[in-house]
Design a protein around this ligand. Structure first.
Ligand code: UD1
Ligand code: UDP
Length: 362
């Protein structure tokens, strides 16, 4: 097999998704380059994931950092174009739906470098989400599309994507979870955070929940109400943290505000939680596999398989406390079986398709 594969990662969810693909391609003897865009850069948003997930040190960190969508995407495009032109990979692999994903796909496509998109075909049908814009555009640019669910395959078919380019491979984020399951010690994590035996975990960072002050105030109020039923550990993403604090969310009895957690600490807490409240994409999937009830503070999800085959339910801020009460009383039915192919072998399936593609494109 000839040809180098270049992975572009930039944010916390990218690291979790890329780790099993990089590992599987490594086992297949593939030459790889790992480019970090620097979209996330804090130790707790970036470095800790490289250490804990066994990702190799990035070959380059472009240090692009934060900015408005246009500024950040423009900076990413300029930096990635130079990097891709210099490295001249046979294929660029991009992950998920963040600005780094879109910029990498666009820069590669303009340079004539084929793109593989891991987590293709997810659709919330809500174009006010920056991620929905990114996903739709990346899927138009990709040569190889790796889908995590049958629904995603269906969306791509309806959008006219050649089915020969679409591969249903399961979910690499779940590979990471299953790989590290034995390290997830819920009791140790909750003790370290000063939590009682029964607790919940909260993550909120989506613009729809935290950018609009009214929405942020409603979320903060709903969490305070929920905390009357259950102690809540709230590791705050820097973006959500500032907004929710400004909206009145305070460290108080029942509300344990925390810094963002490393993967092992976070997933350990989630594993032992009585319930999770979130607007994260990845957390909806992880709770489904761990069988932990998940209340998603959103009106849509691009991951409906976590509702049909998992523990996820969409709630409004007003519905949160009653829904939590129901979950804690055991009246939320558990699904019979998990999503298809979420079995820890997705990295291997993706690597098999990529190595075959490389062999055919010498
Ligand atoms: C990004 C993704 C979002 C994903 C989230 C995962 C886009 C459009 N959004 O959102 O889909 O769910 O990552 O976590 O790409 N900041 C820090 N330290 C960091 C990184 C960011 O303090 O290491 C702060 C900065 O103030 C920055 C803000 O967080 O302006 C937002 O960061 P950014 O990467 O632009 O978007 P996220 O909200 O993290
Ligand atoms: N995560 C973590 N520590 C935290 C919050 C999240 O390790 O404090 C992990 C978790 O595995 C999650 C992933 O980071 O699935 C990405 O989460 P995030 O909500 O940032 O991104 P999204 O999935 O919404 O794009």
């Amino acid at each position: 097999m000839n040809g180098r594969v270049l992975h572009v990662v930039g944010t916390r969810p990218n690291f979790v998704k890329a780790a099993p693909v990089v590992a599987a391609l490594g086992r297949a003897g593939c030459e790889q380059v790992l480019v970090h865009t620097g979209q996330h850069y804090d130790e707790r948003m970036s470095d800790v994931f490289f250490r804990q997930l066994g990702l190799p040190e990035p070959d380059t960190d472009l240090g692009v950092g934060s900015g408005s969508h246009a500024r950040q995407t423009a900076d990413l495009l300029v930096a990635l174009e130079a990097e891709l032109a210099a490295r001249a990979p046979a294929l660029t692999v991009v992950y998920g739906d963040v600005n780094s994903t879109l910029a990498a796909a666009l820069a590669a496509a303009k340079l004539g470098i084929p793109v593989a998109h891991v987590e293709a075909g997810l659709r919330s049908f809500d174009m006010s989400m920056p991620e929905e814009v990114n996903r739709r555009l990346v899927d138009q640019l990709a040569e190889l599309l790796f889908a995590t669910s049958p629904e995603a395959v269906g969306h791509l078919a309806r959008e006219g994507v050649d089915p020969g380019r679409v591969h249903f491979v399961g979910n690499p984020m779940i590979d990471t979870l299953l790989t590290h399951l034995d390290r997830l010690d819920a009791a140790a994590a909750r003790t370290a955070c000063g939590l009682p035996a029964r607790y919940g975990v909260v993550t909120l960072h989506r613009p729809a929940n935290v950018d609009d002050p009214d929405a942020a105030r409603a979320a903060a109020r709903a969490l305070a109400e929920a905390a009357a039923h259950l102690d809540l550990a709230v590791p705050l993403h820097p973006r959500g943290g500032a907004a929710l604090r400004a909206a009145g969310l305070v460290h108080a009895p029942g509300i344990h505000l925390l810094e963002p957690l490393g993967y092992v600490e976070f997933m350990s807490l989630v594993r032992g939680a009585a319930a999770v409240i979130t607007d994260s994409g990845g957390v909806q999937e992880e709770t489904t596999v761990l069988g932990v009830p998940c209340l998603t503070l959103r009106t849509t999800t691009e991951r409906p398989v976590t509702v049909s085959h998992g523990t996820n339910r969409l709630v409004t801020a007003a519905e949160l406390a009653p829904a939590l009460h129901k979950v804690l009383n055991g009246s939320a039915p558990a699904p019979a079986e998990g999503p298809p192919l979420w079995d820890g072998k997705s990295g291997h399936r993706i690597a098999r398709v990529l190595t075959r593609w490389l062999e055919n494109h010498d």
